[in-house]
Structures are given as C-alpha cells and as structure tokens.
Design a protein around this ligand. Structure first.
Ligand code: NAP
Length: 255
C-alpha cells in the first residue's frame, strides 16, 4: 500500500551542485535513481563534470546557472527545469557560503547581507519555488526537501564566523517550521548538519588547511568527506525516509 510520503517521480535540483557536498549528492542521487539538475554560479566546467558523472550512471543531467540569492535567477532556474523535465520532486538546498574569520564587532553590513542572502534567503526562495511544484496544495505530486545546516548552528563559531553559524541556526528553524507547514501536503522537509568536511569551502573562507587542522579535535579524529554527508542527504530524499520530516541529522564525527 502506498503512503502519502512516497515520491512519485525523481527529478532533483541540487543548488551548489558543482563542487563539494553538492557534487557528491548529485552523483549519489543519480545512483539512487534521480535525474539531477545541477545548479552553480561561477564554475560551469565543474558543473558539467558532475553532469557527465550523472549521465554515466544512466540518469539525465542538466546544469543551471543561478545565484540563489537573486529571485529572478531562481525563477529562471526552476522554469528551465520545468521546460526540460517538468516539476521537481526533490530539492537539496545546498548552496552556501562562509566568509573570512572575523569577530561580530568587525562585520560589515555587506558581509552580513551576503551571508543572509545566500544562506537564508536563497534557501527560502528555492523552497518556495519547489513547493509550488511539489505540494498537493498546488496540484503537485509531493516531494522532499533537504536543507544543509551546519554543526556551527550548535557551536556558534566564535572568532570565526558567528554570522555563518547564525544563518545555519535559521536553517534549522526553517526546516522545522516548513516541515510542519507542508507535512499534510505530501512534502517532507529535513536537514543535515555536517561537521568539518574536506571541501573547498574552507579555502573560500581564507583557511585552506582548516579541515586538517581541526581533524584532531573531532571525536572520530578526522574530517568527514562529501560522500559521507551525501549519504545522509540522499537517504532523507528517499522513500526509506518516508516517516522522517522536520528533523536534522548530525554528520559530524561526534563533534
Ligand atoms: P563548497 O565546496 O564551497 O561548494 C559550494 C557550492 O555552492 C559550489 O557548487 C558553488 O558553485 C555553489 N554556490 C556558492 N554560492 C552560490 C550561490 N549564491 N548560488 C548558487 N550556488 C552557489 O561548499 P561545501 O563545503 O560543499 O558546502 C555545501 C553546504 O554544506 C553549504 O551550505 C555549507 O554551508 C554546508 N556545510 C559545509 C561544511 C564543510 O565543512 N564543508 C560544514 C557544514 C556545513 P560555484 O563554484 O559555481 O560558485
């Protein structure tokens, strides 16, 4: 007997799918039977390389350039997926940024606005557009959304980036509230809270060696991999997670 949580088709949009956790998620999702739209902002070559991996697994792939912080670009991105494949039934709100280490008493308004715009507003905009296509309230077939949080939401990241940590705290609340808002409409919403994962994000925050430096402080004594985070994300997207909504899974090596 089918349940209300079973996802009928498998069309997935991964924001920031060109590198790191988003790239690993795109490939793992393809292995699990999803066609994958891979979003990126700057690195088209990296996005195309991920698309090639998806196609090599026998699934469809498309790449879509859009800054998730820009509403017009988000609308165009969803319209592009609609035109090629139809309604998305999965969304991974993965695109996210950090910034250089700073104390709160040093943070510029430009820095704060970018942090909220990409990490928070971008996730809201993409979820809004996904819900218009997934939710039974809008005639959709149902679906699943996974939001990328961070262990920073629990730890606060003092002297590093409290702004980033706070943006991920907002994502935790967003996951909980949205999940309850749309639970009766066939849409599950969950989160994943990675710990220290070995990706380019640390270099983009001016700390290329951050993962290696912090590894000894992790109970499992190492940084995690993008694939280990992708495993949790793709499980939450899957029908195996049909009774999970409004929850956020820590993938932090015990941190
Ligand atoms: P990453 O290696 O820096 O990759 C970021 C991805 O996001 C790239 O594909 C990038 O595309 C894309 N992107 C950046 N800004 C964007 C925007 N405005 N619109 C659309 N795409 C954008 O990051 P990651 O380490 O894989 O992190 C992925 C997610 O996990 C983030 O939300 C991050 O906060 C979270 N996370 C990561 C860690 C960690 O230790 N790595 C820990 C906790 C949480 P382009 O290259 O084309 O710009």
């Amino acid at each position: 007997m089918s349940t209300s949580a079973v996802t009928p088709t498998r069309i997935l949009l991964v924001t920031g799918g060109s590198r790191g956790i988003g790239a690993a998620t795109s490939v793992r999702a393809a292995r699990a039977g999803w066609d994958v739209a891979i979003n990126y902002t700057r690195d088209a070559t990296a996005a195309e390389a991920v698309a090639a991996e998806v196609r090599a697994l026998g699934r469809r792939a498309m790449v879509v350039q859009a800054d998730v912080a820009e509403e017009a670009q988000v609308l165009a991105m969803f319209a592009a997926v609609d035109a090629s494949w139809g309604r998305v039934t999965g969304l991974v709100n993965n695109a996210g940024v950090v910034d250089l280490p700073a104390r709160v008493d040093e943070m510029s308004i430009q820095r704060l606005q970018r942090m909220w715009a990409v990490n928070i507003t971008g996730s809201f905009l993409c979820a809004r557009e996904a819900l218009k296509r997934m939710s039974r309230r809008h005639g959709g077939p149902g679906g699943a959304i996974v939001n990328l949080s961070s262990a920073a939401a629990r730890l606060g990241s003092p002297n590093q980036y409290v702004d980033y940590a706070a943006s991920k705290g907002a994502i935790d609340t967003f996951t909980l509230g949205l999940a309850r808002e749309v639970a009766a409409e066939g849409v599950r919403v969950n989160g994943v809270r990675p710990g220290i994962i070995d990706t380019d994000i640390h270099a983009s925050g001016g700390q290329p060696d951050r993962a290696a430096q912090l590894a000894p402080s992790v109970p499992l004594q190492r940084a995690g991999t993008s694939e280990e985070v992708a495993a949790a994300i793709v499980w939450l997207l899957s029908d195996e997670a049909s009774y999970a909504t409004g929850t956020t899974i820590d993938v932090t090596g015990g941190r």
